[in-house]
Write a new protein. Structure first.
Length: 195
């Protein structure tokens, strides 16, 4: 009788364990990961989707905020299916190493999915920048104000010697560290901080 009870208990435990293995792992949809970049920008990473995943990164730094979106199918990577949380943490760790989280990178790569097919990569699909003092205005006004600032940089007649040198240096740094479409804004901000 004792052996029958013991055998029954072992079978029940084994069946319970099998049931747990058949349950799908949690997908981490809608989860947020907060991190800071190398230049101390405060960022939030939000994931959504099942097969086709979407990743949105939103960051705030001094005087501006920026965002970018990535899409891909990391679920084709077996390591991602086994533990998606580690995958997203690896992406956040890579983004912590760079000064600008939306820096011109075509795809986000992780060590755990190095050998996965190309569609597993999260590829950048969109990006944007907003200056905080203009954040409450409509977007067309923001776009109109950016070229005005670029043209207005040389408007002060007292800044010819040192000012021109700072502007050239600022534009050089902007070309090295910013997206091409944002060179004017970056140059302006660098000029203010170096100023």
């Amino acid at each position: 009788m004792k052996s029958f009870a013991l055998l029954f208990l072992v079978v029940i435990c084994g069946v319970g364990g099998l049931g747990q293995k058949l349950k799908p792992k949690k997908r981490s949809n809608g989860e947020e990961i907060k991190f800071r970049t190398k230049s101390k920008d405060v960022c939030t990473m939000t994931m959504s989707g099942d097969d086709e995943m979407k990743l949105r990164i939103e960051c705030k730094s001094q005087g501006m905020s920026y965002w970018c979106e990535f899409t891909g199918k990391p679920s084709v990577c077996r390591a991602f299916r086994n533990n998606p949380k580690i995958y997203w943490n690896q992406i956040a760790a890579e983004l912590r190493k760079i000064p600008h989280a939306c820096e011109s990178m075509e795809a986000l790569k992780t060590t755990m999915c190095q050998k996965a097919p190309p569609e597993a990569l999260m590829r950048q699909i969109a990006a944007g920048v907003e200056l905080e003092d203009l954040a409450n205005q409509e977007k067309p006004v923001q776009k109109a104000s950016i070229p005005v600032r670029e043209a207005g940089q040389n408007s002060d007649p007292t800044q010819h010697g040192q000012g021109s040198e700072n502007e050239t240096e600022a534009m050089k740094l902007a070309r090295e560290h910013c997206w091409e479409s944002l060179h004017g804004v970056c140059s302006y901000l660098i000029g203010i901080f170096r100023g």
